[in-house]
Design a protein. Structure first.
Length: 243
């Protein structure tokens, strides 16, 4: 599987698995299939109730608007995924690994006219096939890529267990972490397990120590520090939800 190395805003290098052409095509087929089924339902319903011309026209307009704006609305509302992408476990992200801005989603959507509209998908297929990061024109313009959301390393291989009820957190400061920061910690740990690159662990741990203003015990190495922070965060979120 082709990978891409992304330098995040925290200057941490993370390896992501790129979504392949096959996965992207299947996701598109699933999305198209949804609208095809809706079209059949629209036809069957219209015939069965004997809709007049005005009703059919209004229904057709609503259907057309939903079809045109489907990808834009879904990707913005579903964190870079349409229904098809969610099924295939792929998503749109910025080149820095962050969630794209609305303007990036909008650019991807606008350039669907070139990628798919005037060429029936052939331009998107060719450009993605020759692009280093499997990007269609919309991705190149918007500065986005599609990645797999399921890492090759399963979570139980990272020596991480969700916080138990009797767990005693080591760092109260872990509650200050954002969900995005915890996701980045997980990515760093996964990258270390897959590649053995201890530099990413050191860099992440150093930045978090400065950010949270904490000093781990002398016998706690950087990897254990990151794992502990993640477990502490889970504990604090469980306690907050129980209130």
């Amino acid at each position: 599987m082709q990978t891409v190395r992304i330098t995040t805003s925290q200057n941490i290098d993370i390896d992501y698995e790129l979504a392949g052409l096959g996965e992207r095509m299947v996701a598109s087929i699933i999305d198209f299939g949804i609208f095809f089924l809706l079209y059949l339902l629209f036809i069957i319903t219209g015939v069965s109730i004997g809709s007049n011309g005005t009703g059919v026209l209004i229904g057709a307009i609503i259907y057309g608007v939903c079809y045109v704006f489907y990808d834009l609305v879904c990707e913005f509302a579903m964190n870079g995924q349409s229904v098809g992408k969610k099924v295939m476990k792929i998503k749109v992200v910025s080149l820095d690994g962050a969630q794209p801005r609305f303007s990036q989603y909008l650019l991807r959507w606008v350039f669907r006219i070139i990628d798919f509209g005037i060429s029936f998908g052939s331009i998107a297929l060719v450009v993605a096939a020759i692009s280093d990061k499997v990007q269609r024109i919309g991705d190149l313009v918007a500065g986005t890529i599609l990645i797999r959301t399921v890492p090759r390393t399963q979570i139980n291989h990272v020596a991480f267990t969700p916080a138990a009820d009797d767990y005693q957190p080591a760092f109260a400061e872990a509650a200050q972490l954002s969900e995005q920061e915890v996701e980045l910690i997980s990515e760093v740990i996964n990258t270390y397990v897959k590649t053995g690159n201890s530099v990413v662990v050191y860099n992440m741990a150093t930045r978090l120590k400065e950010h949270l203003k904490v000093t781990p015990p002398a016998d706690m190495n950087d990897l254990k520090f990151l794992q502990t922070l993640r477990t502490d965060y889970s504990y604090h979120m469980q306690q907050a939800a129980a209130l």
